[in-house]
Design a protein around this ligand. Structure first.
Ligand SMILES: [Zn+2]
Length: 289
């Protein structure tokens, strides 16, 4: 099946997830807690838990058999769970010629590099495993878009609230960015330039752990961006409640010129925030679009 649009590609990764789950005989997926997992068993993937370079949460290694490596240093079970399904999505993507070649073509003509696009689609796949898009769309239509929906959706997906946040962004009908922020020592992807710096301990701080954008938003914002101490997200973390105000979008390049309404919600140790570039559509009106 040839894919021609981004919308079709997004649907394709979701269909691959649904088909995999059904073929494995599962109606919902159990969280990854180490050891074997029915999805990996079904796909013939070997799971290894081995130390990885600093900042590397997991890896997918194609081969016979394919292998997923999970970094046991990730202490947070929600992150480990999300990483596992992210690596599973790498496998689904790698073994689907139509999707893989579309992304290759699409990335080549876009201002984002191929690896960035692949990572976004793997996050999409991971989120779909943990929280189906149809469930989120229904709730957004009933209640209207708010980052607080995480609280309502958590009982359906207790194993990964970041997956809910990412899926909220993917299902948003307005233009927005969603970020998940936490307070700790930020991991940093070692590069030849930062290898020396990243080997020294970093000060704990509030930073962007995951970032996602709605389908209608053009630009992407990256992970591991520090949150300034005067930002709405920092205020939500300090006061441990919900704060709404105009605030700069946290782009990786440090550009803080673009401001919009930001809804930041402290929930169980992390801050979930949405930057509404356009206004969310009121409840019950999605059918009109
Ligand atoms: Zn990845």
């Amino acid at each position: 099946m040839q894919l021609y649009t981004e919308q079709a590609a997004r649907q394709r990764i979701r269909d691959l997830v649904r088909c995999t789950q059904a073929a494995a005989g599962l109606t919902g997926v159990p969280p990854y807690t180490g050891g074997e997992h029915p999805i990996a068993n079904h796909l013939g993937i070997v799971i290894k838990e081995t130390s990885l370079p600093l900042g590397d949460e997991g890896q997918y290694i194609p081969g016979t058999p394919p292998c997923i490596v999970i970094n046991p240093a990730i202490g947070d079970p929600e992150r480990r769970n999300f990483t596992f399904f992210h690596e599973i999505a790498h496998h689904l993507l790698r073994t689907d010629d139509s999707l893989y070649s579309f992304l290759h073509e699409y990335a080549a003509t876009d201002d984002q590099c191929f690896d960035t696009v692949i990572e976004q689609y793997c996050n999409m796949g991971a989120a779909e495993f943990l929280m189906p898009a149809v469930t989120i769309r229904e709730l957004i239509d009933q209640r209207g878009f708010s980052i607080r929906l995480i609280e309502d959706l958590e009982p359906l997906c207790p194993a990964s609230k970041p997956a809910i946040a990412i899926q909220l962004a993917h299902c948003a009908t307005h233009q927005c960015f969603v970020v998940v922020c936490e307070w700790r020592e930020p991991p940093r992807k070692p590069t030849p330039q930062t290898a020396f710096i990243s080997s020294t301990p970093q000060r704990p701080q509030l930073y962007v752990l995951y970032a996602a954008r709605s389908p209608s938003t053009k630009y992407a914002i990256g992970r591991f961006v520090p949150v300034p101490s005067d930002h709405v997200i920092a205020l939500a973390y300090e006061t441990q409640c919900m704060v709404k105000d105009v605030a700069p979008i946290l782009f990786r390049n440090g550009n803080r010129e673009w401001k919009c309404e930001c809804e930041a919600f402290y929930y169980k140790g992390k801050v979930y925030a949405v930057f509404n570039v356009s206004s969310p559509i009121p409840p019950g009106q999605l059918g009109l679009f």
